[in-house]
Design a protein around this ligand. Structure first.
Ligand code: KG4
Ligand code: ZN
Length: 347
């Protein structure tokens, strides 16, 4: 079975083609056109600008995905598209493109939940269920019980900022640029993670929720302290202070994420820990979660770097498993009439 999937929920336009038979899955192509350079001068994604670029980029990305997979639309068995959550203006471009292809080529179409798809980036290889997924992205931080490839139950989430959002805001405060995650983690490599004593929000609370906005505020207050403020003005001191702040901030985030994930995994008696979402590209998080999982006798899976941030291969994987587990009725020939983008779709 061949699935063509489309992702346009934020600032990446992506089309992927997956070929699967039973447990054997192959990604034939996964083209991602990023708009990072377009939005960087604004310090964040500008929804209307993102939608305009999705519109311009979609057909070239589609053509490249088909060419790389050496196939054409007539040979595709099903279409899939992210229909939420995300920026409504961005979602609409992908959803409308998918509906148009479904109508023209008479192909069944599945609307896919973007958060489930981040987790499904881990379903390209077999894994042992039940599992617990930690989803950490720019808009979400959630702990999800995963019974099988299509059975998800949320058991915890952030009460304010998402982990990726906290990285982005701290980068902005430190004047590093956008998106903040990769820039902060790069700076952190040169810093001392225990230099600044930042809070570990909700670490010992008896629930599986998170809170990251206080951590960002703590960094802001630190910067306002006279000694630090003065050091930041001196070029030779500035880079070390920024590196130490980034390392200390990153360690605080990672420690809370790892501690609560392991606690939930033990309480819920799962066999595997799944890491997913854009922040799963963070090397410290990957390593520290893996070490903690191993120590607790749990398997651990995380997608390769390119499949952590937004891409259509993960959308294709989610669609494939929906059809595998739910049968072909999961895909709908009339979805071009009925499918709607839902910017606040919960997992
Ligand atoms: O999943 P994603 O591509 O988009 C959303 O669905 O939100 O995640 C993007 C987020 C951004 O906040 C970005 O700063 C963060 O993932 N991110 C990272 C790293 N790479 C991307 N955060 C920390 N460390 C990284 N290496
Ligand atoms: Zn995402």
């Amino acid at each position: 079975m061949k699935i063509l999937a489309i992702e346009s929920s934020c600032d990446e336009t992506s089309v992927a083609i997956l070929q699967g038979q039973g447990e054997k899955i192959e990604i034939l192509s996964n083209i991602v056109s990023s708009q990072i350079a377009v939005h960087a001068p604004f310090g964040g994604v500008v929804p209307e600008v993102a939608a305009r670029h999705h519109t311009q980029n979609f057909l070239p990305v589609l053509a490249q995905a088909l060419a790389e997979a050496k196939t054409d639309l007539a040979k595709i068995d099903a279409l899939a598209v992210t229909s939420g959550p995300g920026l409504i203006t961005s979602l609409l471009v992908g959803v409308q493109a998918a509906k148009t292809l479904s109508f023209l080529y008479q192909k069944p179409l599945l609307g896919i939940n973007h958060l489930r798809a981040h987790v499904a980036a881990n379903f390209l290889q077999p894994l042992t269920f039940p599992a617990l997924a930690l989803i950490v992205s720019g808009g979400h931080t959630e702990l999800i019980l995963v019974k099988d490839q299509v059975s998800f139950k949320k058991i915890g989430q952030t009460l304010d900022d998402a982990a990726g959002e906290a990285f982005d805001k701290v980068a902005k405060i430190l004047g590093l640029g956008y998106p903040g995650g990769p820039l902060v983690s790069q700076q952190a490599l040169k810093g001392d993670r225990y230099k600044y004593d930042l809070p570990r929000p909700m670490l010992n609370q008896d629930n599986f929720n998170f809170s990251f906005s206080g951590l960002k505020t703590a960094v802001k207050y630190l910067l306002a302290e006279p000694v630090l403020a003065e050091e930041l003005l001196k070029a030779e001191k500035r880079s070390l202070v920024v590196a130490d702040l980034c390392a200390s901030f990153q360690q605080a985030v990672v420690e809370v994420l790892v501690h609560k994930t392991i606690k939930a995994a033990r309480q819920k008696k799962v066999k595997t820990i799944i890491l997913a979402g854009g922040v799963a590209a963070n090397k410290e998080l990957r390593q520290q979660l893996q070490a903690a999982a191993t120590q607790n006798g749990l398997s651990y899976v995380v997608p390769e770097f390119a499949l952590c941030t937004d891409n259509a291969a993960m959308i294709a994987s989610a669609a494939y498993w929906q059809i595998q587990r739910g049968g072909w009725q999961a895909a709908d020939y009339t979805a071009w009439r009925t499918l709607r983008a839902n910017p606040v779709w919960e997992i």
